[in-house]
Design a protein around this ligand. Structure first.
Ligand SMILES: Nc1ncnc2c1ncn2[C@@H]1O[C@H](COP(=O)(O)OP(=O)(O)O)[C@@H](O)[C@H]1O
Ligand SMILES: [Mg+2]
Length: 245
């Protein structure tokens, strides 16, 4: 195994996933290194969300290995995988609009309620949630909802965070706030696998990068190298991503 493999908290090796009778992932090789942010990029339909769902056991890998901290998780069910400390913030965020921010957060905690240090950390990272604590989640702005979704994911001790396109549809100001919050998480040595369509965001937060196309990872490396190489961006991602849209 390479140096990257030694430090990998998560390793996917030749992962194939079918959805119904469709072959979606065709041998995904991917690592998420400890204490680093790995940006998972690629065009629409490349298989990014399917990869995150396969890690969480929401789709079952037909072949290949998924190793988390040295342990095979490919055959585990989703609650088991979550209990190992992997949190997933899906694209649709999965928050409950009629419940308050506080109630949404409580649903994500152990039955005995909030662990104070973790709650403090969330409210420090996302001050807007403190202000909206007793408001219905449905009344939050798009960016605030995304913060709630991420806040829920880190309200318990976690070892790996999977986040799917957190900036999608957000205003530039909200994107900046979210980048700040993710940067703060990153400075606390969180290990994050971040799917992102906004190249500027991926560039700001990513340490490592993996690019997917047609159900495979077609490029891995460090983010700084890709960020400095426009020709490579263009080749791997096409115009849209390179333009930072
Ligand atoms: N529930 C599903 N049923 C059938 N096909 C799906 C389903 N989910 C995703 N796909 C297909 O799998 C491919 C990869 O999708 P996805 O993982 O969502 O891509 P990405 O997140 O990179 O945009 C696409 O061709 C998509 O149409
Ligand atoms: Mg997706």
């Amino acid at each position: 195994m390479s140096v990257a493999g030694d430090k990998a908290l998560l390793l996917l090796d030749g992962v194939h996933t079918d959805i119904g009778r469709y072959r979606i992932l065709h041998g995904v090789n991917l690592t998420a290194r400890r204490g680093r942010v790995t940006a998972l990029l690629g065009r629409n339909g490349a298989g990014k969300t399917t990869t995150l769902r396969t890690i969480m056991g929401l789709w079952k890998a037909r072949a290949g290995r998924i190793i988390f901290d040295g342990q095979s998780i490919a055959a585990m069910d989703t609650p088991q995988i979550a209990r190992l400390g992997i949190a997933y913030v899906p694209e649709n965020m999965g928050i409950f609009g009629k419940l308050t921010v506080r109630e949404n957060m409580l649903l994500a905690t152990a039955p005995d309620g909030f662990a104070e240090p973790y709650l403090d950390r969330v409210l420090q990272s996302f001050p807007a949630l403190k202000m909206k604590w007793d408001s219905a989640a449905g009344s939050l702005s798009g960016g605030q909802k995304q913060m709630l979704a991420i806040g829920r994911a880190i309200i318990e001790p976690r070892r790996l965070l999977l986040v799917d396109e957190p900036t999608k549809g957000l205003s530039p100001a909200m994107v900046d706030q979210l980048v700040e919050a993710l940067a703060r998480l990153k400075s606390e040595q969180a290990t994050i696998l971040l799917v992102e369509q906004n190249f500027r965001v991926a560039e700001a937060i990513g340490d490592d990068v993996a690019v997917m196309d047609e159900g495979r990872v077609i490029h891995t490396g460090d983010m700084a190298t890709l960020a400095a190489d426009e020709a490579l961006q263009h080749r791997l991602l096409g115009l849209r991503m390179a333009d930072g849209l």
